[in-house]
Design a protein around this ligand. Sequence first.
Ligand code: SF4
Length: 393
Amino acid sequence: MTALMVRMLTSPSVPMPMQTPDLEDEVSLARYPFLPQAVPWIAQLASANGIDLDVLLDGGALELSRRRGRMRLIDTVDSDEGVEAAAMGDIHTENGRVLEAFSYYYARLVICASEDERLISRWAQAEAARAERLLAVDLDNLPVVAETYISQIRLKENGLWQIGLKDFIEICPSISGARWRLPNCDVKDGWVTLHEERTYSSSSKLARLLRERIKRTIQSGAIVKMADINTDLAMRLAEPVGMVVGLVAARQSDAIEISSAGKEDWPPCMRGVIGQLADAVNVNHYGRVFLGAISRTVGLPRENCVDFFRAAPDFSESVTTYQVGHLYDHEYTPSGCSKLKLNHNCPVLKGDDSLCDQIWMDHPLKYVRAKQRRRKQQAVNEEVVESNSAPDD
Ligand code: SF4
């Protein structure tokens, strides 16, 4: 599916330009970090500022980039408008440009680590929607971005944009609305004129068309990058991935990755609290909050979470429903291992569970991700063994 999707997304039938126009203005590159022209610039920025993967994931210097990256991801799930257009820092300064550029890279890394193509598509859509809003009013950069993604595009002297028929036909099926249907368009000599409407300028229409191409290139790039996510990276990114997945799970019932974690993926600390409650043990406050938060993150309906508490000595249907509802509504993220250990909510001792013994294990969501990856790998191995042992025709 993935390989097929990549082929589809990078299909040579898409009439993309053969050459990428030059764009060296750093403010523009920071504003549109998904552009192909931004790749060498960001590499140079990383080398000049000593930024490597470790710094991007954990370095204090990029804390703000990670925060803005998480905001990009929250907007992906939460906002119909896409990612917030305004930068968090001043991109007319070097620090502001670093912040903005690496926030995009961090968000992309987290999305790739989710290994979920629907989430990747949603993120690409949110970033492309942001680009559309900016480009509709950024008349300085609109031409160069248009020439980056559209093979035939020109601006007439009367201020109207014209797009080649081949590009238009390829892009428009994915846009709804009568104005985008060919019989309703002004087509002449292989060009489609994007006329001004009272509330829809020619530039805004071009920005709308660009959104489709930008989305597809961001999406195909992320799907290719997904192959670079190894187990170590997946574990290091488990917490932000869990944050996004938890958000999605809270907004829709169809589950993805972590939110589809089955019982067999639950960490011992989660099982431990559930078991204690079932045995009518009075679990402490931290354990209860943790159970509510992790239940939400793994996609359990809130009623199921309330059920965990039924045998508790102080159970009250209305109070527990209210408290669980509060945890779900405010999207609490589960505590890490150190806090759980400190509050006596980690039941394992050395040797009890090999995953919990790993030096990188510092969060129960990492446990969930590791279990999922192991299961996936096991399924692949079994498939290989089966196909190798199948008799030849
Ligand atoms: S080590 Fe962490 S993941 Fe494992 S049981 Fe303890 S708290 Fe949970």
